[in-house]
Design a protein around this ligand. Structure first.
Ligand code: SF4
Length: 452
């Protein structure tokens, strides 16, 4: 699938090893090339590296597919529960899983957790740089540092040295709210207020960029470029502006996220508004959607976002369902949820499955569906690639639709059918007449099959 906008080229970072599988983040930037806007002066203190000094790549070609990350929600030192959660998130499709290591007992648990899991693990380190060193010693595959709470140059250099020896990358995450000391905040805000005065959160944006520049200079001074950048906020507009600026100023791959987005119900909107805007413009190499909910939803929604934008090949069925209206004659909400759950469990082939309430708009909206049900009059008519295969009562729709999906999946696997090959077309209802549910037209088989 071709994405709508070419991905931004970056340096490339590798996470994981032979045992876990290697996840590549970013890429496509050849030495000497770069997305860095040379007209952008550094915002940080004099002596900062210039854009030219920050520029350079190591991996010509195309960027790696955008990966999906999440974070465990339980205690890392509760090894069995942590491993079980990692397994659950991996099964849901997480490419990389991050764990918190606030205490020594958490880093002590890491060797056993790493032994029992097969996905790249990132240690999330705040305040105590020794937790980073202990995590590296334990064998994690990446470290996350927060410039706001580990800023001592000597400590950062110790972590850089250890990561270089272990050949693992570091994510520098400049979350809004934790990046600057309270006493310094107003002074820096005043100094930088004019830089992005046309932006909604211009002062904070400038502080985030300046802090990032200062922090990354430590890495560049130590000739360490194996870096991923994130710049999260709970405000979607600040997230969009921050990553857009960072994409123009640095050539490192970007980890996108909206932090403290809230529960899934509202956090989903906030996250997708920001990440969708950035990804659709080619910005972003790995994502974490953050919810105050079970992290499995972060994985599911992150994957759905990437699939929707054509940034990842879909695995499993794609469900199309009508929003329902006054023409509905079956319980479509329940049916749709049941179909979704069954497809997630049993279908691995990326077929399109449509669940439509009637035939008035259904055929157009379900165009291209491999398997479809059009409901009406407490019944459902099921199609497989344009062929009407069954008419069943409402309570039989779920089982029969799933049966047809599984049969179709086997035909695909045997090479006897191809995805999206045939479409159903139904004669539009007479706009002057009584539309009803359209069931009569279906029952009378007033339809044509493309190619027949
Ligand atoms: S498919 Fe039919 S029932 Fe569903 S929203 Fe469209 S017109 Fe209404």
């Amino acid at each position: 699938m071709v994405p709508m906008t070419p991905r931004r080229a970056t340096r490339q970072v590798k996470v994981g090893n032979e045992r876990t599988g290697v996840v590549l983040i970013g890429g496509g930037l050849a030495p000497g090339q770069g997305p860095v806007d040379r007209e952008q002066p550094p915002l940080s203190q004099p002596g900062s590296h210039t854009p030219e000094q920050r520029q350079g790549g190591d991996a010509a070609g195309v960027p790696a597919p955008v990966s999906v990350q999440t974070m465990t929600s339980g205690f890392t030192h509760e090894i069995d529960k942590c491993v079980a959660e990692i397994h659950k998130l991996t099964a849901a499709g997480a490419d990389i899983v991050r764990v918190a290591v606030p205490e020594r007992k958490d880093t002590q648990a890491l060797p056993e957790i790493l032994r029992q899991t097969t996905v790249p693990i990132v240690a999330d380190v705040h305040f105590h740089y020794k937790r980073a060193l202990e995590s590296i010693e334990a064998g994690v595959h990446k470290i996350r540092l927060n410039p706001g709470n580990i800023s001592d140059r000597a400590q950062v250099e110790d972590v850089i040295r250890a990561c270089r020896e272990a050949q693992i990358p570091i994510r520098v995450g400049v979350n809004e709210g934790s990046i600057i000391e309270r006493k310094d905040k107003q002074k820096r805000a005043n100094e930088l207020a004019s830089v992005f005065s046309d932006r909604r959160h211009g002062a904070m944006l400038a502080i985030m960029i300046a802090k990032l520049e200062e922090y990354l200079d430590i890495f560049y001074d130590n000739n360490f470029f194996d870096v991923v950048i994130s710049a999260k906020s709970m405000d979607a507009t600040l997230v969009i502006d921050a990553y857009t600026e960072i994409a123009a100023r640095f050539d490192h791959p970007l980890h996108l996220g909206v932090t403290h987005a809230g529960p899934q119900e509202t956090g989903c909107i906030r996250s997708i508004a920001a990440l969708g805007a950035l990804l659709s413009r080619g910005i972003g190499d790995t994502i974490r959607i953050s919810y105050a909910s079970d992290p499995i939803y972060e994985v599911e929604d992150g994957l759905e976002l990437l699939w929707s934008l054509g940034l990842r090949e879909r695995s499993g069925a794609e469900l199309i369902a009508c929003p329902t209206c006054g023409r509905i004659q079956v319980d479509l909400f329940t049916l749709t949820q049941q179909v979704r759950a069954k497809l997630a469990e049993q279908v691995q082939v990326p077929m399109k499955v449509a669940v439509m309430g009637c035939v008035v708009n259904g055929p157009g909206e379900a165009e291209g569906a491999d398997v479809a049900v059009f409901a009406g009059d407490r019944k459902g008519i099921i199609y497989v690639q344009g062929q009407r295969v069954a008419t069943v009562s409402e309570h039989e729709i779920l089982d029969r639709l799933l049966h047809e999906c599984l049969e179709f999946q086997e035909r695909i696997r045997r090479g006897e059918a191809r995805l999206g090959e045939k479409k159903v077309q139904i004669i539009p209802p007479d706009p002057e007449g009584e539309l009803g549910s359209g069931w009569e037209k279906m029952a009378a088989a007033r339809l044509t099959i493309e190619g027949k």
